[in-house]
Design a protein around this ligand. Sequence first.
Ligand code: PEP
Ligand code: MN
Length: 267
Amino acid sequence: MKLTKLDKKERTVVAVGNVMIGKGLVVIAGPCSVESEKQTMETAWAVKESGADVLRGGAFKPRSSPYAFQGLGKKGLKILKKAGEETGLPIVTEVLDPRDVLLVADYADMIQIGSRNMQNFSLLKEVGKTNQPVLLKRGMNATIEEWLNSAEYILREGNHRVVLCERGMRTYETYTRNTLDLSAVPAVKGLTHLPVIVDPSHATGKAELVSPMSLAAVAAGADGIIVEVHINPEEALSDKEQALNPEQFSGMMHKLRPLYQFMSGLE
Ligand code: PEP
Ligand code: MN
């Protein structure tokens, strides 16, 4: 029997620091990349003030071009950890290489497996051997079955602390960066006991679409969202078109929590 399969037992709640994913609505926010201590710290405080639960930020960046900013690596992990400690927010960051899993696990409260690595089976097995919570993004070309099989690789190694993340898929539409498959949220919640969150930033690639799609994710039953926020989006070193500024993030949060409350009241 598959370990991710929903049976009669309770739904999984994944503890990330003191934040419970799978219980209530969890908001993960922060920059695409950790660029500097100042940028990370200011963004961390801004998202915390607006009610984010977890801080995100990339130290190792999977970039389409080898000439684009690749992230600060270990230095980025240190900055992120400091920002997490100072604000009290648990941190999530991506690992790209099986050789870096223990290093990232040492700094982060949650390890992210990005879309491009969803079927990097040696990486999945390596994070499966740790006891760290894992945020498993859906591959941009992956079916739901392939995505769940990737989760299976992690659980099979003994790590059951997996959160799934829908982040949009490649379609023939080019106006948006990807096409957000929101039907995956209720579909996957019906198939597995794992929490499911949505990334409207990478799904749309456009800042103005992030708030509407976050609200739609909540309406679809997501356990949370992960969004990119930058203190000054125009100056972001990666994904600047999709980053919310702190004001936009705050505006979105004012709608998101009430919508979640309303949805909970209907159950
Ligand atoms: C990210 O969240 O930083 C990221 C690179 O996302 P994805 O793997 O979904 O493209
Ligand atoms: Mn990004």
